[in-house]
Ligand binder design. Structure first.
Ligand SMILES: NC(=O)c1ccc[n+]([C@@H]2O[C@H](COP(=O)([O-])OP(=O)(O)OC[C@H]3O[C@@H](n4cnc5c(N)ncnc54)[C@H](OP(=O)(O)O)[C@@H]3O)[C@@H](O)[C@H]2O)c1
Length: 269
């Protein structure tokens, strides 16, 4: 029989995760979702066939896994009342909340709680996410597999070696979609300035982003080599790349990601 999974908070991320694991064959009757908003619960109940309730304690009383999917600012108020259940039954706790550390969770739930902290990203909402996970030492191998199974249902899920690396994950993939979107926006604007109609500049840019990612994912060489192979000497691509590098593109990305990493640490402190 599959593990009983409870999602606390049934918003965008929880719906995607639950929808993702059900699409991969998970029994929806083993899933319970809670939320303050009855409309959100009704929508999940109807679309996914999961159990729903507004009572977090009841929803967690038989859970094998509790996925914490509420906003970070309400996390303390939401999880503190679960302390007794967690202490008595030791269900796996999976938090997807940005900036909530294992120390925060241990303070609310006790030092013996099996905890996994994850950093997913927005493309998880379209099953193309990228998530970094870190577990504390209370988590069993079976629980690790379960956590990975849940996050893998909406894209790539990779374990990191220490909790610090979750801040690096935040800088790379957590905030990463916005970097690529900014690059796409700049390319669309530049294409328009060169005379392309709006929709043509937009469609060509989006397809090029998708195609480049697919090429890189399926290639047996790294992205630097792949780029060299599509850059002919003295050609158009080389001219563009030279201008980007002269203007410091690599340095800009290094500084930007360091900024995101530092901010992630500040938010968690
Ligand atoms: N969306 C992303 O791309 C993304 C990426 C990385 C990490 N995350 C993390 O994922 C978490 C959820 O994000 P989201 O975008 O799914 O947020 P969301 O759509 O706002 O979902 C959170 C839900 O939790 C409900 N809630 C609030 N208090 C509750 C309580 N006491 N008991 C049960 N439910 C309660 C909220 O109801 P009300 O609206 O009525 O308050 C809301 O429906 C956040 O911690 C965020 O940091 C999200």
């Amino acid at each position: 029989m599959s593990a009983k999974i409870t999602f606390i908070g049934a918003g965008n991320m929880a719906s995607s995760l639950a929808g993702g694991i059900i699409a991969k064959g998970y029994d929806p009757t083993q899933i319970t979702m809670t939320d303050l908003n009855e409309d959100i619960l009704l929508s999940n109940r109807t679309k996914l066939g999961v159990n729903t309730t507004r009572d977090n304690i009841q929803a967690c009383s038989h859970a094998d896994v509790i996925v914490l999917a509420v906003k970070p600012q309400v996390m303390g108020d939401v999880v503190a009342p679960l302390h007794t259940i967690v202490e008595q039954r030791s269900p796996l706790i999976v938090s997807i909340a940005a900036g909530i550390t294992l120390a925060n969770l241990e303070a609310w739930l006790g030092k013996s709680a099996p905890l996994v902290r994850c950093m997913p990203n927005t493309p998880a909402l379209v099953q193309s996410g990228a998530t970094g996970l870190f577990a504390n030492t209370n988590v069993s191998d079976q629980q690790r597999d379960l956590a990975k199974q849940i996050l893998s249902a909406v894209g790539l899920a990779l374990w990191v070696e220490n909790e610090d690396q979750i801040d690096a994950v935040t800088a790379v993939s957590g905030s990463g979609p916005a970097y690529f979107l900014l690059v796409m926006e700049a390319m669309m604007n530049a294409g328009r300035d060169l005379g392309l109609p709006d929709d043509v500049a937009s469609q060509l840019t989006l397809q090029t982003a998708l195609g480049s990612a697919q090429l890189a994912i399926t290639s047996d060489v790294n992205v630097a080599e792949l780029r060299r192979r599509v850059t002919s000497p003295a050609g158009t691509t080389e001219r563009a790349i030279n201008i980007m590098q002269d203007k410091g593109l690599e340095e800009i990305f290094a500084a930007a990601l360091k900024g995101a990493y530092d901010r992630s640490k500040e938010l968690a402190s």
